[in-house]
Design a protein around this ligand. Structure first.
Ligand SMILES: [Zn+2]
Length: 224
């Protein structure tokens, strides 16, 4: 079963993705990890990615997709994968569908982690981090002292309301069309057999709900 996780940063995709992958007994793949592994292994595509990064360029989608295909073709991934952060744009969704198709596979399910912007701002801006030992805190004011090392607690720039709102805007512009793209695929196949092969099951989740509850809803949504 090949599963795509979609949702804004801070919605808990990573944590939930690990749990789902471990329940299903399949690996979780994130673009960054797959890219680093290819660079370390010095594969041809890994070397091209490394050269691009050293020039300060973005690694082209075609190179990332090639690396992803090699990773997906490994025997350990034959049963399926949980893909976290791999699909952010419609061209990436199309690319992934093509690559999986070449391997005789498809995206079986899309898990959409939905979260209201105001709620996300409230949740993330309640986080502070120790300047000294990087320990994370929730609900502690910036400027107070760390319990572990006495260092000063600060709010990370990424957790400032303005930064969160700007990430949410980028997410909505890029990723919401991806949701529509997957839902369209799921809808346009008439008979159930074709639907299984062409369109993934799209499961919508309240990302800020109870973490165990979300896992339960996901497993039920996947028919497990
Ligand atoms: Zn500390």
């Amino acid at each position: 079963m090949n599963i795509v996780l979609l949702g804004p940063p801070g919605a808990g995709k990573g944590t939930q993705g690990e749990r789902i992958a471990s329940r299903l007994g399949i690996p979780k793949l994130a673009t960054g990890d797959v890219l680093r592994a290819a660079v370390t292994a010095k594969t041809e595509l890994g070397l091209r990615a490394k050269a691009a990064m050293e020039r300060g360029d973005l690694v082209p989608d075609s190179v990332i997709l090639g690396i992803m295909k090699e990773a997906l073709a490994e025997p350990a991934k034959a049963k399926g994968v949980v893909l976290d952060g791999v699909v952010r744009t419609v061209p990436q969704a199309e690319g992934l569908a093509r690559v999986l198709g070449e391997l005789g596979r498809q995206v079986d399910a899309v898990l959409l982690f939905e979260v209201g912007e105001d709620e996300l701002v409230r949740r993330l801006s309640a986080r502070t981090t120790c300047e000294g030992c990087q320990a994370p805190y929730t609900g502690r004011e910036p400027g107070t002292a760390c319990d572990k090392c006495g260092g000063k607690l600060v709010r990370r720039k990424d957790d400032e309301p303005e930064a969160i709102r700007s990430r949410m805007k980028a997410y909505r512009e890029q990723t919401e069309p991806v949701v529509a793209w997957y839902e369209h695929r799921a809808r346009t196949s008439d008979d159930a057999k074709a639907r299984d092969h062409n369109g993934p099951r799209v499961v919508r989740l309240n990302a800020l709900g109870d973490i165990d509850e979300i896992t339960k809803i996901v497993m039920k949504g996947l028919g497990k």
